[in-house]
Design a binder for this molecule. Structure first.
Ligand SMILES: Nc1ncnc2c1ncn2[C@@H]1O[C@H](COP(=O)(O)OP(=O)(O)O)[C@@H](O)[C@H]1O
Ligand SMILES: CC(=O)OP(=O)(O)O
Ligand SMILES: [Mg+2]
Length: 415
């Protein structure tokens, strides 16, 4: 059975085609700059040279058609015909309170996703555009929605309630939802496997640090708190997003700059974070390179980012009481040893002791690696995330009728 996993972002479509019975990736890639101009596709097939081609994609429909053509035609082909694909799994960022698990995408589910799209205006509309486009190309196969928010639906009310008029929650759905759920799920379950214990007996702090950044406190295998909130803007310092902030700042600056809420939303989401502080860079590789060249604002950005990470580790140690492991994952979490070091230094009193050399020499390609010392009470792991594998496993489980929810399902990656 060949399963296509799709992750439609605002200006990109990431995809992965997975051969379930052989547990291997057939091909993966991304169409970038969708709807912006100068779009292109990068298509990777294990064992072959990476293929890159310019192709104008004005919308998600064109991007999905390009992916389909790339998968089934010409030199890039990995399947004979598109109907060789048995099912499609779609990342949906916001599922509101309605979805605590993955579901088959029918008209009612699409309607429910449409109803919460105002809660994730940057993410849900492209997710929906991708779903509609993929259903056009593959009308006869099952499509499944996998929600970023689903994993966090176990949070208690005191973790998800904001101290604002309660009617905002009742009438407008204003509460903490949390995101990156499939990544937090995957790495926490892998950490439990490395600890040699069932996930439901483990307390784990997961640090997903990519372009978007979020952290989760996982108690007895389930999410009890997470750093992103109503939207993916709250919490850590991100590539272009501000994260935690005095809520008076946007109001104050709207008055100073004489701008409206829409413009402020763009500044906080797209012009803040690492980009805001450095004024130039979002890619942490650029930031770290220019730190070494003594660019002051890059040094400040790295210090602010690492300090915020450390504060979340402290918070979640307090939330969990006993912590079995801390996991670093995603592009920065897997590769930026210096940021991990700064976030983790001087935490010996919390039982966290790092092997400095091992930490600095650990990257995604090292695979799952323990970077704490043997005497560290809290194990610290770097675990490459695999959100697409969670999509694929959920699709297969739903097709086989064996899926209940993520706490019960015996994922194959636990072995
Ligand atoms: N070797 C590295 N050192 C520092 N940062 C890295 C390294 N490799 C990748 N990154 C960073 O990872 C980030 C992207 O992470 P990723 O998980 O792919 O994000 P997303 O899925 O949100 O696009 C970028 O900021 C990139 O610079
Ligand atoms: C929810 C979110 O922030 O996703 P991403 O990291 O893909 O932007
Ligand atoms: Mg990501």
């Amino acid at each position: 059975m060949k399963i296509l996993a799709l992750n439609c972002g605002s200006s990109s479509v990431k995809y992965q085609l997975y051969y379930w019975e052989e547990h291997r990736v057939i091909a993966k890639g991304v169409v970038e700059r969708v709807g912006i101009g100068d779009s292109f596709i990068v298509h990777e097939v294990p064992g072959r040279d990476t293929y890159r081609d310019e192709y104008e994609c004005h919308d998600h429909n064109t991007a999905i058609n390009l992916i389909v053509d790339t998968l089934d035609s010409g030199d890039t082909a990995v399947i004979d015909k598109i109907t060789d694909i048995s099912a499609v799994g779609h990342r949906v960022v916001h599922g509101g309170e309605k979805f605590a698990k993955s579901v088959m995408l029918d008209d009612d589910v699409i309607k429910a996703i449409e109803e919460v799209q105002h809660l994730a205006p940057l993410h849900n509309p492209p997710n929906l555009a991708g779903i509609k486009a993929a259903k056009n190309v593959l009308p006869d196969v099952p499509h499944v929605a996998i929600f970023d928010t689903a994993f966090h639906q176990t949070m208690p009310d005191y973790a998800y309630t904001y101290a604002v008029p309660y009617e905002w929650y009742e009438n407008y759905g204003v509460r903490r939802y949390g995101f990156h759920g499939t990544s937090h799920l995957y790495v926490s379950k892998r950490a439990a496997a490395l600890l040699g214990k069932p996930a439901k007996e483990c307390n784990i702090i997961t640090m997903h640090i990519g372009n978007g950044v979020s952290h989760t406190a996982i108690k007895n295998g389930v999410s009890v708190d997470t750093s992103m909130g109503l939207t993916p803007l709250e919490g850590a310092v991100m590539g272009t997003r501000c994260g935690d902030l005095d809520p008076a700042i946007p109001l104050f600056m709207q008055q100073q700059l004489n701008i409206g809420p829409k413009e402020m939303d763009t500044i906080l989401n797209k012009k803040s974070g690492i980009l805001g502080i450095t004024g130039k860079y979002t890619d942490r590789r650029d930031v770290l390179k220019h730190c070494d060249m003594n660019e002051k604002r890059c040094q400040v950005a790295v210090d602010v980012e690492s300090y915020r990470l450390k504060k979340y580790i402290g918070q979640y140690c307090a939330v969990l009481g006993r912590v079995d492991a801390i996991v670093f994952t995603a592009g920065v979490g897997e590769n930026a040893g210096i940021i991990r070091q700064k976030a983790l230094e001087n935490l010996e009193n919390l039982g966290i002791v790092i092997d400095k050399e091992k930490n600095l020499s650990t990257f995604s390609k090292s695979g799952e690696t323990e970077i704490s010392t043997p005497e560290s009470k809290v194990k610290v792991f770097v675990i490459p995330t695999n959100e697409e594998l969670v999509f694929v496993e959920d699709v297969v489980a739903i097709l086989n009728g064996t899926y209940k929810d993520h706490t019960e399902y015996p994922y194959t990656f636990l072995d």
